[in-house]
Design a protein around this ligand. Structure first.
Ligand code: NZQ
Ligand code: ZN
Length: 389
């Protein structure tokens, strides 16, 4: 196990009706807020009205910015920065999924910065300060509600890039599993896929002697594998949403990577798909992760066999470690398909001609490698895209 410092400052308010506390939580940081949300799901479900009422009860002035799209865009982030500066806003409340939360975090980064906020995502600038953010989560998926990341798409060139800093951990996140009842089945499945990917990115590591976190990862994966099918059959299954929502937060709040170095290659490879084709991140991951596994499993057969046995209950007497490992990958793919997710690039209408360009962008023209478990160059990324065809 590696040395580590673990400090996740996000306060979690979990359970039925917790959004009623949004006002009190925000008031602890000031009397004016930017309420940031997406394409309108929170208005349709009535969540908007409950949040606004709670903020008013607490004496908080509200400025609104709606319209965050999935794969959130830089142009709206810039508008948000302008709005916060003009109206003297110091706190942002994001109500929605990963896209809304990431957009809020990027606005928070940009307000005190004199240059252009994209400088952080392109690696040109280092973040020194940011406004504070709180969230009301409506979809368990991205884990942004307790993560250090923001992932933004720059429409100028369609670059989707992530930025990480402890300064953008949300101050609080409200997790009411009931808020997810209205999610379409496909969005639920995309969320399950993203949560599993966050765990698997951490699981496939070269760090030795990490049995405790291996087992935490396995338990968290099994929780999703058990509960997502229940949600596919019964969208208002509170108990199953509660399991998935909390597992989704823990999957990405950095607890599961304590003492170990994760991979993250599949995320980088996927981000090219959602940047260029606007596919849902979780759907892209369902296509890329099995292909990545097929490409790298020989690097550590024992770890892949362990994953197959402990997570997918592949029988140890199944045969050789290689057959065991491959059966684990097969069961992951079947699971994705059982949830209605794509597992091939052609299901996302991504043509073969585009693969070279995406591999190029992903590795900055072969000037940088991606991933840690196996360091991948341009040719490797291209081979993974081809395995996903
Ligand atoms: O915009 P609205 O109307 O709210 O509709 C959304 C959106 O269309 C809808 N939705 C959300 N909650 C709903 C609902 N519809 C009905 N009922 C509800 N309760 O779902 C759609 C997808 O929302 P989105 O926020 O895009 O989903 P998700 O949470 O999966 O976020 C995906 C984004 O997060 C990034 C991804 O790259 C992607 O851009 N990620 C962020 C990470 C982070 N910051 O730590 C890590 C992840 O790996 C990921 O990269
Ligand atoms: Zn993800």
């Amino acid at each position: 196990m590696e040395n580590f410092i673990f400090q996740n400052p996000t306060k979690i308010l979990f359970g039925k009706g917790m959004e009623e506390q949004a006002g009190t939580e925000v008031r602890a940081y000031g009397d004016k807020v930017l309420l940031h949300y997406g394409g309108g799901s929170i208005r349709r479900t009535g969540l908007y009205d409950r949040i606004v009422a709670s903020l008013r009860r607490a004496g908080v002035d509200i400025v609104e910015l709606a319209g965050v799209q999935p794969n959130p865009r830089l142009s709206l982030v810039r508008q948000g920065i302008q709005l916060c500066r003009e109206r003297g806003i110091g706190f942002i409340l994001a109500a929605g999924g990963g896209s809304v939360i990431d957009s809020a975090k990027a606005i928070a980064m940009g307000v005190p910065y004199a240059g252009d906020v994209w400088d952080f995502f392109s690696g040109k600038a280092e973040l020194k300060e940011a406004l504070q953010v709180g969230t009301v989560l409506t979809i368990p998926a991205a884990g942004s509600e307790a993560s250090t990341a923001s992932v933004i798409t720059n429409e100028d060139g369609w670059y989707k890039r992530g930025f990480n800093s402890e300064l953008i951990y949300p101050r609080f996140s409200i997790l009411n599993p009931e808020l997810a009842f209205t999610l379409p089945k496909y969005q639920m499945a995309c969320g399950a896929s993203d949560i599993m990917a966050h765990i698997m990115e951490r699981y496939f590591t070269n760090t030795r002697e990490v049995d405790f976190t291996d087992r935490l990862c396995e338990a968290t994966l099994k929780t999703i594998i058990q509960n997502a099918p229940l949600l596919a059959a019964e969208p208002d299954h509170y108990a199953a949403w509660a399991e998935v929502m909390w597992a989704g937060t823990v999957a990405h709040n950095n607890l599961l990577n304590t003492g170990r170095t994760g991979d993250w290659g599949s995320h980088d490879i996927e981000h090219e798909l959602s940047a260029a084709y606007d596919v849902a991140h979780g759907a892209g991951l369902a296509v890329i992760f099995p292909a990545w596994m097929k490409y790298v499993y020989r690097h550590d057969l024992a770890r892949f066999a362990q994953y197959a046995v402990r997570v997918w209950n592949v029988d140890c007497s199944f045969g050789s470690p290689e057959r065991t490992a491959l059966e684990g990958i097969k069961r992951l793919e079947s699971f994705y398909r059982s949830l209605g997710l794509p597992t091939r690039l052609n299901e996302l209408q991504i043509p073969e001609e585009k693969l070279e360009e995406m591999a190029d962008k992903c590795t900055a023209g072969d000037r940088q490698t991606i991933g840690n478990f196996v360091k991948l160059r341009r040719a490797d990324v291209l081979a993974i895209y081809r395995l996903a065809l």
